[in-house]
Design a protein around this ligand. Sequence first.
Ligand code: SR1
Ligand code: MG
Length: 451
Amino acid sequence: MSYESYELLTPDNLSDYLKSQPHLHGSVDPLRLSVREVGDGNLNLVFICESPGMPGLCIKQSLPYVRMVGPEWPLSPERACAEARSYQVASEAAPTLVPRYFGFDARRYALALENLSGWTVLRSLLNSGVPAPGAESDAGAYSARMVFATSFMGLPSEALRQQVCSSANAELCGITEQLVLTEPFVDHPRNSFSPGLARVVGDLRRDRHYIANVQRLKHHFLTASEALVHGDLHTGSIMVRQSGGRQVGGDQGGAGTAGGGPSRHAAQAPATPLPDGEGSRWAAKVFDPEFCFYGPAALDVGMLMGNLALAAGRAAVCDLGTQRSGDTLAWLLGAVERVWVSFEAELRALWPARTDTSFGDDFLEAWLLRASEDACGYAGCEIVRRIVGLAKVSDLETLDEGARVRAQSTLLSAARRTTPSRLAEGGVTDEPAAVVRAFADLLRSELRQVG
Ligand code: SR1
Ligand code: MG
């Protein structure tokens, strides 16, 4: 790890810092500044900077270590360069689906982004029992647009080769390789889980067919350089706002809150959604792409499907009032499928504009089918790692022990069914959408019985 030492930002030195950044003075006035540090993710500092009558800014700075662990786990701040790269591309390819990007200070490893204070972290909203119709489709569309813009579909082959070379994010990819695709499947000191899960975790680790598929996915993660993916697309990496701008439920934290820890979500009052009809659609903005790299195109939709499944596990055991719990669970299970449906539809719509038309429509069909199997597989890995591995999620951690173990045990069993041949046992899987429907159906049948 080699980087110049740099000053960390604090609420006290942000005014001076912003004075030195004149291109940001349309958003904040450094002389009339209020600052809140809102980062509750695993890695970074995140400041919401506001001045009266101005839109404000989010300043995100990389720490030189893993925040959730401390300085004893050093981590190069250069991941902020990767994050800047992703925002740069997304500002062109999916501008309405990410926060506005105002630039990157490479000396301080600091990004300047739109202030999303009026928005809510999707994980927090879901934890309070409120669905976000529309957000899942926006997230699927974001992933498709990024895949198209950065892959063989949208780039000439020489540019693609150059982008692959200049987009390595080795240290953070190493974290995902270990925490998501390796450690949960073996005994490892960073793992932890309730004794009540010992049998189901043991069964999963001894399941040679399942483990072979995990290793196929890990190999794909290590070797496939298909597209510039987000790399950590979970429900804590998505901000949502009800169309029309009225805010309900969840927290009001700023962009950058990654929803990794349980603490701030535990005691929130349930939120009240607007009635159906006008204004009931939720818009989404994807943030925090510091894990971005050239990898499997279906990794992002798969991780998000896994996180929606975890939220469904919570909804299945939470008593929010019978009708409302049922509605939330039904929405989440449908959302698992709709993330994919939106991803596929967006790619199909963009396909006629591909750069190399020697790739025909039959190739797209085969590519989508394989991608749908990968998405389900990565969803399964994400479920397992959030239950067994280091970085847990508030969806489950804030439940009482009995409910949590019931949900986790059911989710782990479902994860074991995410191999292509096991999904095929559920019915027809020769179309990409049917593969994902088989995954959603198996979650539906398992989770409906767990409450
Ligand atoms: C040590 S980082 C742990 C996790 O936090 C990030 O948000 C990623 O999900 C990573 O796996
Ligand atoms: Mg993150």
